[in-house]
Design a protein around this ligand. Structure first.
Ligand code: NAG
Ligand code: NAG
Ligand code: NAG
Ligand code: NAG
Ligand code: NAG
Ligand code: NAG
Ligand code: NAG
Length: 823
């Protein structure tokens, strides 16, 4: 009796020891003999993701979930038992059981709380947490992705991780979609879901129950039509795949950033980026953005514009179907054509621009058709209501046709797309008849307009005077008076924006509106009430400059207007805040396109040559034609902005002159200049002149031709920078090899060779060998014999950095002295 008792005790202890084999902290794999209890975690092999028990928000319930291991602001990206919380985890374990299930098990009563839904049995089932954040169940000896028994990427909760496919596998019939947490304390899925809907043409769809609440608009090759701020970005690659096996949306991270796409409990999809410096998640993009994104809010052929009141209107040539309802803000009936269609008599198409494309649920597409074929196809079928190009990444190829009424349209001004909507042919005649009337009324209205303008200017002046009077009488505020007098003396009318307007226009300087960070502070995109896009440069507060100086300098910038300089629209000074308001440039800065392998082909040779010439003329104006000679000092690709017609505009000019003197601290490197663009005499001796700008211009020309950065350039045959490379090729008569491989320059050979030659002349070591900007403009423009180029300054990158780093202090000191060179 005793013996057998001892024996059974031994067996018990042995099995106990075996079954208790816990997860050691460093494993990423779980076998059938291991268990995971509350308090323990498993970690992916690269240390990126961690799996374990957690309690969300203020809840006491326990869930098994996954999160980024290293991130202090823990955001759970996946939850196993989201619908079945565990209130007391004593005796509850996560383990793999035969024949291949991952289960959350109550060991006390053997009840399975949650289980992976595994497809088939295997010999050695294991669960592995991969570095991608995919928790998979597989056979230990089989690493083929296609053979996973189960994977969390197929059953996400509210978060789309990089490389996860949001959409459909037509072979297995599996749809992967997101559903937000019910609330921050409760990961259970409420009734909301977020889908990739390939019907018609793909768009993302948010549903509440079975009701559609938001659609992004169709994929247009670059982004979803209604989410233009989800732009191409050096940190991400994203896109859709549609073929007969699958249809999905996915993204990939390119840099070392951490980012996720998640749907919050309020049904807002957000892209979050982890910013380690501030230890916080930053929202980079949200959808829906506002009420106008509510699905079908304005009904058929209605168009939503959030800055209008009411927000809904009918498209041009359409009228409310139910005018009474429309007046009551019931827009659901939508709009109808003011002239009905008559398919037999032949219809026409009219172009509508700047819109979020309508719902594509009932549509048809062909990727290879041209736009005119597309029109013919639509014309042939009486139920086809509109057509548009399909793929904007190729400049507008392919064909998308809409059947049934057009819904879910909103105005997007510049970021919107074109669509051609079917109209009765008599609309065209109406347009013709209107033309004569138009001509008469035009001359009349011009008269009225001019009168109005004069009146307005008069009233504005009066108002300004009153304003001055009032503010001038406040003690301590008389600087405004002085400034206004000064500005009036010099005939400059520079609008003063108030902080409230700018705060509103930039959505409280929201991170979503941030366009970039210049040396003097961040730049935000803004939208004025009148619908004008602006760029607001918010100067860093630590600039010590006084208000008086600020204003006079701003007026000085405002006076320099040229087609190739960014236009200053006004400024704002309130309290600590100093801001400059510029026109907004939809195509961003040159570097974003030029160095982007996906986009650089957009810049064909004629465009590049045009840009080179534009920069040259802008710089010539600053150097020679403006009243005060301005030296830019920081000319570089990121300071060249491109307007909608790809006309280059130099930005940040005058700022160096105006604000450079007192800048200290982190931004100093920008003020001093940018490596790769700095001339030797400037970097080494701190001496600068118009010829140092010419040097930067030369670097820029070679960069534009080659599509490569000077700084960071590398070549397998030598260790020179881009200038050195260009020089070697030039000496050997092989200059054409410098040209960006993605553009075709046959037909422009002499322009190309001349540009490279001028570029090299501009970067000569000796100041005397560099042409002035007016000479450079001439050289670019006409066939003429150019002087031989000699070896450029800063042949190799190392020269530049070693010599300048020892001398930066010196160059900073001297910079302020020679900043302004009056003629
Ligand atoms: C996580 O942080 C630790 C220390 O903070 C660091 O050593 C480790 O490299 C980090 N791991 C990852 C994947 O970033
Ligand atoms: C969980 O249950 C165990 C045993 O049933 C008990 O000892 C423990 O106090 C419980 N814990 C909580 C937090 O209720
Ligand atoms: C686990 O089983 C025990 C025994 O039946 C029970 O008392 C306990 O409440 C169960 N725990 C959970 C979380 O279901
Ligand atoms: C497992 O998957 C099958 C088929 O996909 C489904 O019918 C079944 O309901 C699923 N079971 C669970 C527990 O989710
Ligand atoms: C979701 O949360 C609300 C409270 O915010 C609660 O009333 C509701 O029951 C929850 N729904 C589900 C399905 O848990
Ligand atoms: C798409 O258009 C091209 C060119 O018109 C045609 O050859 C092709 O058959 C079309 N594809 C489909 C699926 O209709
Ligand atoms: C027009 O297009 C619709 C939708 O694709 C289709 O059902 C219908 O048959 C077409 N009609 C003609 C005449 O081609």
């Amino acid at each position: 009796m005793k013996i057998s008792n001892k024996y059974s005790l031994l067996i018990f202890v042995l099995t106990f020891l075996m079954s208790i084999q816990k997860i050691s902290n460093q494993t990423d794999t779980m076998t059938t003999t291991q268990i995971l209890r509350d308090g323990e975690t498993i970690i992916s092999s690269g240390g990126i993701f961690e799996l374990g028990f957690f309690s969300p928000g203020n809840s006491k319930n326990r869930y098994v979930g996954m999160w980024y291991k290293n991130i202090t602001d823990k955001k759970v990206v996946w939850v196993a038992n989201r619908e079945i919380p565990v209130s007391n985890t004593s005796g509850v374990v996560l383990k793999v059981i035969e024949p291949g299930l991952l289960v959350l098990l109550n060991e006390s009563n053997g009840r399975i709380i949650w289980s992976s839904n595994t497809s088939r049995p295997v010999k050695i089932p294991v669960a592995v947490l991969l570095d991608s954040g995919n928790l998979v169940v597989k056979d230990a000896n089989d690493d083929d992705q296609g053979n996973y028994l189960w994977q969390s990427f197929n059953k996400p909760t509210d978060t789309l991780l990089p490389r996860m496919k949001l959409g459909w596998n037509f072979i297995t019939g599996l749809e992967v979609y997101l559903s937000p947490w019910n609330n921050s304390d409760d990961p259970s899925s409420g009734d909301s879901t977020f889908h990739f809907d390939p019907s018609g043409y793909p768009q993302l769809v948010m549903r509440r129950g079975s009701v559609v609440v938001f659609k992004t608009g169709p994929w247009n090759g670059l982004s979803y039509s209604g989410t233009p701020n989800l732009r191409k970005n050096p940190n991400f690659k994203f896109g859709i795949v549609i073929n007969k096996n699958e249809a999905y949306y996915a993204y990939e991270l390119l840099g070392s950033i951490i980012s996720m796409y998640t749907v919050n409990p309020s049904r807002v999809a957000q892209r979050l980026i982890w910013v380690s410096r501030t230890r916080g998640w930053v929202i980079q993009h949200t959808a829906p953005i506002d009420n106008c994104d509510t699905y079908k809010v304005c009904g058929a052929y209605g168009s939503c514009n959030i800055v209008n009141s009411p927000i809904c209107g009918c498209l041009d040539r359409f009228l409310p179907k139910d005018p009474k309802g429309w007046d009551r803000a019931d827009w659901s009936a939508g709009c109808v054509r003011r002239t009905s269609l008559n398919c037999q008599n032949g219809d026409i198409f009219l172009k509508y621009s700047g819109i979020k494309l309508p719902d594509t649920q009932y549509s048809w597409f062909n990727e290879s058709m041209k736009l005119d074929e597309c029109k013919v196809a639509c014309l042939k079928n009486c139920s086809c209501m509109a057509y548009s190009p399909l793929d904007m990444s190729t400049g507008g190829s392919g064909c998308l046709l809409w059947f049934k009424d057009l819904v879910n349209i909103r105005e997007l001004s510049k970021a919107g797309q074109d669509i051609y909507i079917r109209m009765a042919s008599s609309e065209l005649e109406l347009q013709g008849k209107n033309k004569k009337v138009l001509e008469v009324s035009l001359s009349l209205s011009i008269g009225i307009f001019l009168l109005g303008l004069i009146l307005m200017l008069y009233l504005r002046r009066r108002k300004k005077r009153n304003h001055r009077f009032r503010t001038g009488s406040r003690p301590g505020d008389n600087y405004i008076d002085r400034d206004n007098k000064k500005s009036r003396d010099e005939d400059i009318e520079l609008p003063l924006f108030d902080l409230y307007t700018l705060t509103k226009a930039t959505n409280h300087f929201s991170i979503n509106n941030k366009l970039g960070e210049g040396g003097y502070g961040p730049v935000y995109k803004g939208l004025l009430k009148e619908g004008q896009d602006i760029a607001v440069k918010r100067l860093s507060r630590d600039s010590l400059q006084g208000r008086d100086e600020f204003k006079s300098e701003v007026i000085c910038i405002a006076k320099h207007q040229h087609r190739n300089l960014v236009k200053l629209l006004g400024c704002c000074i309130e309290g600590e805040e100093k801001m400059l308001i510029y026109e907004y440039m939809p195509n961003g800065s040159l570097d974003l396109i030029l160095y982007d392998p996906m986009q650089s082909a957009v810049l064909d040779w004629p465009k590049r040559f045009h840009i080179i010439n534009g920069i040259a003329r802008g710089l010539m104006y600053l150097h020679q034609d403006s009243r005060l000679r301005i030296i830019h000092r920081d000319l570089k690709a990121s300071n060249i902005l491109l307007d909608s017609n790809m006309i280059p505009k130099i930005s940040d000019f005058g700022l160096a002159r105006c604000f450079g003197g007192n800048e200290t601290g982190a931004n100093t490197s920008h003020v001093v200049g940018t490596y790769g663009y700095m001339s030797p005499e400037y970097a080494i001796d701190g001496h600068f002149s118009v010829k140092s700008d010419v040097y930067s211009f030369g670097v820029l020309v070679l960069e534009i031709v080659s599509g490569k950065r000077n700084r960071g350039f590398s070549h397998r045959d030598h260790h020179h920078n881009l200038l050195g490379h260009a020089w070697i090729l030039y000496k050997e008569g092989r200059s054409l090899e410098l040209v960006d491989a993605c553009i075709d320059v046959s037909g422009y050979l002499s322009e190309v060779l001349r540009s490279i030659h001028v570029g090299l002349l501009c970067v000569q070591q000796s100041l005397q060998d560099r042409p002035g900007m007016s000479a450079a403009v001439l050289m670019l423009g006409i066939e003429s014999l150019l002087p031989q180029a000699r070896q450029p300054g800063f042949f190799t990158e190392r020269d530049a950095e070693s010599s300048s780093s020892t001398n930066t202090a010196k160059s900073e000191n001297q910079m302020t002295i020679s900043m302004l060179e009056a003629r």
